[in-house]
Design a protein around this ligand. Structure first.
Ligand code: 5GP
Ligand code: ZN
Length: 120
């Protein structure tokens, strides 16, 4: 686990900044989004500093975290009996990425439309 001392989500993983944990294992930390856009809004992050989805897919050492994140999402969905949900990743500024530590939003608990503005 290589954390970046200047990264907000690395500080959350390290417990330096408080968060409401919903799941944790060796590879993944998940917590409630501070500004939820739906009744369920969790963020799943690798427990190592990877900036973004572009980097996550750059080699097998990184991409195994994508598998671990989705295993974690499945476990949380099963534990919390969440039947329907959306997973979102924003990669880069134009896509709306505001924290440069790759994260996957798990959003549920309301009817969702489809389109650019539907989750804004
Ligand atoms: P992005 O816009 O990069 O895809 O998503 C970043 C998310 O992180 C946003 O939904 C935002 O509400 C959330 N966020 C930003 N700062 C904090 C924080 O300090 N704590 C928590 N729990 N969520 C945060
Ligand atoms: Zn980080």
């Amino acid at each position: 686990m290589a954390l970046d001392k200047d990264c907000l989500f690395c500080k959350i993983i390290a417990g330096e900044i408080p968060s409401t944990k919903v799941y944790e294992d060796e590879y993944v930390y998940a917590f409630k989004d501070i500004e939820p856009i739906a009744p369920v809004h969790y963020l799943f992050v690798p427990k190592t500093h990877i900036c973004c989805a572009k980097k996550l897919g750059s080699d097998a050492d990184h991409s195994m975290y994508a598998a671990k994140v989705f295993e974690a999402i499945s476990k949380v969905a099963a534990d919390e009996k969440i039947e329907s949900f959306r997973v979102i990743n924003n990669c880069g500024e134009d896509a709306g990425q505001s924290v440069m530590h790759v994260h996957f939003h798990m959003v549920a608990g309301r009817k969702m439309g489809w389109g650019e503005q539907s989750l804004g």
